[in-house]
Design a protein around this ligand. Structure first.
Ligand code: AMP
Length: 113
């Protein structure tokens, strides 16, 4: 776990977060700057810099991110939601620890712009 990674610090409890779920593989917490009425992030505890850093050995955890994220969304009352992974600065990635956004509670538009 890199010392200076923001999400590793949240995993280690060095920075507070509004946690929704935690197990040995994953952590989910509310986004600090929500872009929808419900907006949370699901992250692996293993530090991966982003989607393009996922290797074959990580495939189980990435699938689990989708399953657990969907279960949290249902519990949060948003059975319909958008899932976003940003890869790289041009795509809007600002935190270089893999994270899955789940957003819901309002109408979404496509393309996202
Ligand atoms: P991205 O732009 O895809 O890298 O998303 C990073 C997300 O992390 C943004 O939506 C931020 O609002 C969110 N974020 C940054 N710092 C925190 C924090 N301390 N707690 C919760 N969410 C955060």
């Amino acid at each position: 776990m890199p010392d200076n990674c923001l999400f590793c610090k949240i995993i280690r409890g060095e920075i507070p977060a509004a946690k929704l779920y935690e197990d040995e593989d994953l952590l989910a917490f509310r986004d600090i700057a929500p872009q929808a009425p419900t907006h949370f992030l699901v992250i692996p505890k293993k530090h991966l810099s982003g989607p393009a850093a996922v290797s074959e050995e990580d495939e189980r955890i990435v699938g689990k991110m989708l399953r657990v994220g969907s279960e949290i969304a249902r519990k949060e009352g948003i059975p319909e939601f958008r899932v976003v992974f940003n890869n790289g600065a041009q795509a809007g990635q600002t935190v270089f620890h893999l994270h899955m956004h789940i957003l819901g509670g309002r109408d979404m538009h496509w393309p996202p712009g």
